[in-house]
Design a protein around this ligand. Structure first.
Ligand code: PMP
Length: 349
């Protein structure tokens, strides 16, 4: 084994691979997925169309149809859109395009863990800047460290995962104005917040926006995400893109859910309604962050007890035992029945 050992890239030698929570419950509220499937009649309609996909052929390498529809919907030029096998893959491509050994990436914490993992795999140094006490960005320190280290990337999840809130717009603008770094604003939960930085793409050439079909659009299983950025950025990221990164079935589903968006909006509205109800009730007993997403982040005193009761009731949620989110739990907003169960359990804690 030593022969192999010697050859492993130094930056991943001591690395622990990321293992998503393994689900063995009945109610899955641990990964911020959409608790609703896409309506059955739309699913059936798409499945019929799948019959016409020539499976012996490679998918469209340029995802032209999807770009056309997205470009119309978002009112941006199609040269500004890039599609990936989930937004995870796009984060990977961005890192491969821009990061070299010794480069610095700035990450406010706690946040989505893949930013750090992917940066490290690509040999970058990660500087973590803790959020302020009220879970907002520490813009001054972010700017300061970005300058000192000539950071290549600053990641900002908007809304943030796991805290669920959108950071202050002014602080983000302040960062955009005062740094040369590429600022990657990850709007994975945009449809639940309604807040976006798209209109700033014209003004800030160093801005990248990420979106996904995994959350509001209910097709996490199919892995489709996209980036909106200035065309120079899209052009260069295309250099590292694998030719057929988004498969034909996923392209078709993503296209169809966009065309049938009005039917999905109903589910998004239901989730937002449930989120607000849940927040109000939970906040009577716990410290819970006001959410702009489809999940809630709250502090619990007895982690062990909570784990036991959630498990007993077959509900899977996300626990944070260490790090910046220590003693907090993250619960995806589910269907009405699931949320009632969550409340019952929390009331027993
Ligand atoms: N960004 C954030 C902030 C997320 O929370 C997640 C999923 N948990 C992703 C990106 C990944 O999304 P995708 O399924 O498109 O890879």
């Amino acid at each position: 084994m030593e022969i192999i050992e010697q050859k492993i890239k130094r930056c991943i030698k001591d690395f622990k691979s990321y293992t998503p929570v393994l689900f063995n419950g009945k109610y899955k509220l641990d990964a911020n997925e959409n608790s609703y499937e896409i309506p059955v009649f739309i699913k059936k309609k798409i499945l019929r169309k799948i019959l016409n996909i020539p499976l012996n052929r490679y998918p469209d390498p340029e995802t032209k149809e999807l770009k056309r529809i997205l470009s119309k919907k978002l009112k941006v030029n199609k040269d500004m859109i890039f599609l990936g096998n989930g937004s995870d893959e796009i984060i990977f491509y961005l890192s491969q395009t821009f990061l070299e050994k010794g480069d610095t990436v700035i990450i406010p914490v706690p946040t989505f863990e893949m930013y750090k993992i992917i940066s490290k795999i690509n040999d970058a140094k990660v500087i973590e800047i803790p959020l302020t006490k009220n879970f907002d960005l520490d813009d001054k320190n972010i700017i300061k460290y970005a300058k000192i280290t000539k950071a290549k990337f600053i990641f900002i999840a908007y809304p943030n995962n796991p805290t669920g809130n959108c950071f202050s717009k002014d602080k983000i603008i302040n960062i955009l104005k005062n740094t040369d770094a590429i600022v990657i604003i990850d709007e994975a939960y945009f449809e639940f917040s309604g807040k976006t930085f798209i209109k700033y793409l014209k003004k800030f050439k160093n801005l990248i926006i990420l979106r996904t079909f995994s959350k509001a659009f209910s097709i996490a299983a199919l892995r489709v995400g996209y980036m909106i950025a200035n065309k120079e950025i899209v052009k260069v990221v295309n250099k590292v893109k694998l030719p057929y990164n988004v498969n034909s079935v996923s392209q078709l589903f993503a296209k169809e859910v966009l065309l049938n968006e009005r039917y999905l909006k109903h589910n998004i509205q239901k989730i937002i309604f449930e989120r607000e109800k849940l927040f109000e009730k939970i906040s009577k007993k716990f410290f819970v962050v006001k959410s702009d997403s489809n999940f809630l982040f709250l502090k619990i005193l007895d982690n062990k007890k909570a784990k036991k009761i959630f498990k007993k009731n077959k509900i899977s949620i996300r626990f944070f035992q260490s790090g910046y989110a220590k003693d907090f739990i993250r619960i995806t907003v589910g269907k009405n029945k699931e949320n009632k169960l969550v409340l019952d359990i929390l009331n027993k804690l």
